[in-house]
Design a protein around this ligand. Structure first.
Ligand code: PLP
Length: 403
C-alpha cells in the first residue's frame, strides 16, 4: 500500500525551506576543478595541540557522558575566556552550557524564550538558520533589512520601526554572516538603548568574535544594562578552525540557563567528552594560532575587497568574519543567475545573496577562507566572467598589491 507520508508530517516542518547555501555547495561538489568561495568555514586545519588533546583524552579513556552542561573544567575555561577577553563575568556552574556548535545554542535560546506567535527581529541579510529556528520554536521571524549605504549595519530607527506588541527578542550577529559588517561599541550602545526601552531580549551570536580586523570586538553582554537580557552565543568553529568538532557554548543569566539546560538534557545529554578536552586546550594554549589565522584573513580581506572593487563589483570593506558581500547589480543579473552562470562558465562557487533574506538580492557572498592562490585564481575567473557580461572593469591592467 502506498503511504501518503505528507499527511503525517508537521506543518511547521513542511514549511521549512532547504538551505540555499547547501544547494550551491552540493552542485559545486558534483563538478570538477571548482574553486569554492561558497562555504563558510576556515580553510585551516584545527591547530595540532587541540587535536592532540582530544586524541590523548581518547587514549586515556574519556569515553563517558559528561555533566549535561559540559565538563566543569571546560566551563571554567570558557568563563575565564569571556571575562579575560570581553569583560563579561559568568559563573561556570550555573551560567554556561557547552553545546553542539553555536547552532544548538541558538536553537536552545529560541526554544527557551519563545511562546507561540512571539516575534523575533532578525537583522538581514542573515545567517540562514535563524528564521527556521525561530519558526521551529513556535515564534515568528520578522526581517529587519539593512543596506550597503550603511555598511549593512542596522540602525536604532530600523529596529524601532519593526517592533510590535508581540516582539520578544532580537537576534544580533556581529561580525555578521553574510555581510561581514561589524558593529562598533558606540553603535551597539545606540542600538541597545532601543532594545532596553522596549524590554527585548538579545540573542547575540558572537561566533565571529575572534575575527575582527579593524577594531576590538565588543560583546553585547558587556554593554551597560544588557547583561540581564542577553543570551550570548559563541563557539569554537570559526576562530579556532573547529567546524567539524561541533562544539559551541552559551552564557546567560542563570534563570535562562536553567531552562535551556532542561531542553539540552532531554535532547542532547551533553557534548562529546573527548572533544571537550580538545576545547580546553584550545582556550588554554592556542591563542597565538588564532591570531595568526586572523592576520591571514585580514590580508586576504584587503586583497579581495580591493580586487572586487577594481573589477567593477562594488564591495564595502567588512570589519570581520571571512565574507565579502559585493553588489552584482552592474551585471544586470539576479544573484541566483549570477551564481549559477559563474559556476557553469568559470567554475567558481559563490552564494547568491537572496538566500540570506530578500535584502540580499543583488549581492553575492564570497568567503575568503581560501588560500591566496585560490583567491587569485577565483578573482581572475570572476573578472573574465564580468567582462563576458560587458561590464567594464575599472582598471583591468592594474596589478593589485597584496598587503
Ligand atoms: N552563527 C553564524 C553567524 C554562522 O555563520 C554559523 C556557521 O556558519 C553558525 C552560527 C554555526 O556555527 P557552529 O558551527 O558553531 O554551529
Amino acid at each position: 500500500m502506498k503511504h501518503d507520508h505528507e499527511h503525517y508530517l508537521s506543518q511547521t516542518a513542511k514549511d521549512l525551506q532547504p538551505s540555499g547555501i547547501r544547494k550551491f555547495f552540493d552542485l559545486a561538489a558534483s563538478m570538477k576543478d571548482v574553486i569554492s568561495l561558497g562555504v563558510g568555514e576556515p580553510d585551516f586545519i584545527t591547530p595540532w595541540s587541540i587535536r592532540e588533546a582530544a586524541i590523548l583524552s581518547l587514549e586515556q579513556g574519556f569515553t563517558s557522558y559528561t555533566a549535561n552542561a559540559g565538563l566543569l573544567e571546560l566551563r571554567e575555561e570558557i568563563s575565564f575566556y569571556l571575562s579575560g577577553r570581553f569583560g563579561v563575568q559568568y559563573d561556570p556552574k550555573s551560567q554556561i552550557i557547552v553545546t553542539i556548535g553555536a547552532s544548538q545554542a541558538i536553537d536552545l535560546a529560541f526554544r527557551a524564550i519563545l511562546n507561540q506567535g512571539d516575534e523575533v527581529l532578525i537583522v538581514e541579510p542573515a545567517f540562514v538558520s535563524y528564521a527556521p529556528l525561530v519558526a521551529i520554536a513556535g515564534g515568528t521571524p520578522v526581517a529587519v533589512a539593512t543596506s550597503p549605504a550603511n555598511g549593512f549595519k542596522v540602525t536604532p530607527e530600523q529596529i524601532e520601526a519593526a517592533i510590535t506588541g508581540k516582539t520578544k527578542a532580537i537576534l544580533l550577529c556581529s561580525p555578521n554572516n553574510p555581510t561581514g559588517s561589524t558593529l562598533t561599541k558606540d553603535e551597539l550602545i545606540e542600538i541597545t538603548e532601543i532594545i532596553r526601552k522596549h524590554d527585548l531580549i538579545v540573542v547575540s551570536d558572537e561566533i565571529y568574535c575572534e575575527l575582527t580586523y579593524d577594531e576590538a570586538f565588543t560583546s553585547v553582554a558587556a554593554i551597560e544594562g544588557m547583561y540581564e537580557r542577553t543570551i550570548l552565543i559563541n563557539g569554537f568553529s570559526k576562530g579556532f578552525a573547529m567546524t567539524g568538532w561541533r562544539l559551541g557554548f552559551l552564557a546567560a543569566p542563570k534563570e535562562f540557563v536553567a531552562v535551556m539546560l532542561k531542553i539540552h538534557q532531554y535532547t542532547t545529554m551533553c557534548a562529546p567528552n573527548m572533544l571537550q578536552h580538545g576545547a580546553i586546550e584550545a582556550l588554554r594554549n592556542t591563542y597565538h594560532e588564532v591570531e595568526s589565522m586572523r592576520n591571514s584573513y585580514r590580508r586576504r580581506r584587503n586583497y579581495v575587497v580591493q580586487t572586487l572593487n577594481q573589477i567593477g563589483l562594488n564591495c564595502h570593506t567588512p570589519g570581520g568574519a571571512f565574507y565579502v558581500f559585493p553588489s552584482i547589480r552592474s551585471t544586470g543579473l539576479s544573484s541566483e543567475q549570477f551564481a549559477e552562470e559563474l559556476l557553469m562558465q568559470e567554475k567558481v562557487a559563490v552564494v547568491p545573496g537572496h538566500v540570506f533574506g530578500e535584502s540580499g538580492e543583488g549581492y553575492i557572498r564570497c568567503s575568503y577562507a581560501a588560500s591566496m592562490d585560490q583567491l587569485q585564481e577565483a578573482l581572475k575567473r570572476i573578472r573574465r566572467f564580468i567582462e563576458s557580461k560587458g561590464v567594464i572593469a575599472s582598471s583591468p591592467s592594474e596589478k593589485v598589491k597584496i598587503r
